[in-house]
Design a protein around this ligand. Sequence first.
Ligand code: GSH
Length: 287
Amino acid sequence: MILSDEQVTTKEVKSWKGLHLLHFSGSSCSQKVRTLLREKGIDYVSHHVNLVKHEHASPWYLGINPRGVVPVLVHDGVVHVESNDILAYLDTLPSDADSYFPLTPDERAIVDESLALENDLHFALREITMGFIFPKRLAQKPDDVLAKYEEAGADDPSRDKEIAWWRAFAESGVTEPQARAAVKAHRDAFDALEKRLESNEWLIGDRISVLELAWFITMNRLRLGGYPLEIHPRLFKLYSRLMKRPAFAQETKTPAVLSKVLLPAVRFGQVLRGKRMKDVAGDILAA
Ligand SMILES: N[C@@H](CCC(=O)N[C@@H](CS)C(=O)NCC(=O)O)C(=O)O
């Protein structure tokens, strides 16, 4: 999706030349886009937007993306938002690598439907992240940040939805019904992908595509949250194969502070309180 001239109130980006990506290392949507860029060998200027420091809620950033989310691509001054649209756009740029989108209309329809589902699951993915990976006190946004987030930037209903989610999270965290529903939604999506792999090595066609890219990032995040991906043997095999590709491994690398310090501490607390994913949603995972 390309933002209109009126929506871009941070005017300086309109004079940026070349390809610029505004992103955050640990953001799943940013990881998707960076993995494609690396797979295709496309160079870009990187602008790190620190979500932990709430840089995405600054008037400067909201002037580029009123939704206040990453990633954003700026190409020769044109502002693109929505990671799956960005993937489709990047795929049209010159590269020696093959396209990641299928050519036949039937296959393209399947890809579009699957990417729409992946996008629809984004709030559920956030509930996995904030419910099972990060401690609430580190993840929540303070009131003043939410107020700033609410005030700046062009009108955008998606920003209202974002703020409502963060306000509810600040109030009650990820509730158990929310966490269970998020696990169930992903289990259903993975069951459907597993089915696709019954008769095919790849999720669509006879080579890697944007579906591997998008769903790999989701699988990786779910595993960090404690999801036993092995319950989908074909999908797990595909995930392990993809992890051997440098672009996939490098762009989704978990920082040591998370894997060695934060996550073990979070997990320990979850064990004590009986709140690991398998405690909260064991029946869903076993079904
Ligand atoms: N549908 C959007 C979702 C973007 C999104 O929600 N990005 C997350 C990171 S993956 C974000 O910026 N969250 C803001 C936050 O965590 O405060 C897309 O695909 O680009």
